[in-house]
Write a protein that binds this ligand. Structure first.
Ligand SMILES: [Zn+2]
Length: 289
């Protein structure tokens, strides 16, 4: 590997195919335990892919998944990756309110730490749901002792987004070390484009993501990339009664995702989100000094 440039953040949002926001209107949470469990085999494929590429990353995991898959959690940690929190069962932060958000953080962290055997210091909100509607969210994260969050999409999108948020790492609370690391956006004709992965990476040609990450790295800043275990799983059960738009987004290009990920892993430098958070905090301190 001969990649150069800043070390970017590589992350996996660990949830199963039936837990995605796109299917929430047609799959009830009560049905989750009865549905085909694919997350473990998919995460093992990701671990093999990361190992082959010689990269480490962060697995933002649902507490619901960690409780059911303790051996997987330990395999992830043993391979040198970070385990962090993606909340309990994918409730969006703006739907919870401060008190329920606190409960969700406590419950998910305990399940993840018990399963993984390591402390959790990072958090990613389900569907990047920390935005202008949740001014209390960072205070709750700081109070709960989190070192960093990667929960903001500083862009406009039909399901999420916080248009006015900074594009790069920022300290959201005065007097607190908590740092927020937004998912990557690229600039095109003065507009911000979501370019941090997920469906955009899978659906659009690989060249779009390469262009976006190169642009961010040329600015001297790290990109933050994310994807999901179900995105490499072409054999997952089909949800035929979901809205057409959701089905198109969810099922497009599953079969080519692994090959694209291998290219991405080889072409850029990647590391864990907690390490990236520490570097960004040090950078902010240097600039403030
Ligand atoms: Zn998620």
């Amino acid at each position: 590997m001969n990649a150069t440039g800043p070390v970017n953040g590589l992350s996996v949002d660990v949830e199963d195919w039936f837990q995605v926001g796109a299917f929430e209107t047609v799959i009830a949470k009560d049905d989750w335990p009865r549905l085909a469990d694919r997350v473990e085999r998919n995460c093992d494929a990701i671990l093999a892919l990361f190992d082959a590429g010689g990269v480490k990353g962060t697995f933002f995991t649902l507490g619901w998944v960690a409780e059911r898959h303790p051996a997987l959690m330990r395999r992830i940690v043993d391979a040198g990756h970070e385990i962090a929190s993606h909340g309990w069962d994918h409730d969006r932060v703006f739907r919870l309110g401060a008190a329920a958000f606190r409960e969700d953080l406590v419950r998910s962290r305990k399940a993840i730490e018990d399963a993984a055997g390591t402390p959790v210091t990072g958090y990613r909100a389900p569907s990047f749901s920390i935005d202008a509607r949740t001014p209390w969210a960072f205070e709750v994260l700081a109070e709960q002792g989190y070192a960093y969050s990667s929960s903001v999409a500083p862009v406009v999108h039909d399901h999420y987004g916080w248009r006015e948020a900074p594009r790069f790492a920022f300290h959201p609370l005065p007097g607190s070390d908590l740092i927020e690391i937004p998912v990557t956006t690229a600039l095109f004709a003065g507009r911000r484009l979501a370019a941090g992965g997920g469906g955009f990476f899978r659906v659009l040609p690989y060249g779009f993501s390469r262009w976006a990450i190169r642009q961010v790295n040329r600015e001297g800043r790290p990109a933050v990339f994310y994807f999901h275990p179900w995105e490499i799983d072409a054999a997952q059960p089909r949800v035929d009664n979901a809205p057409l738009r959701s089905r198109i987004r969810h099922y497009t290009n599953l079969a080519v995702m692994e090959a694209k990920l291998r290219q991405l892993v080889a072409e850029f430098r990647w590391g864990r989100m907690d390490d990236l958070a520490a570097r960004e905090s040090a950078r902010a301190m240097r600039l403030a000094a």
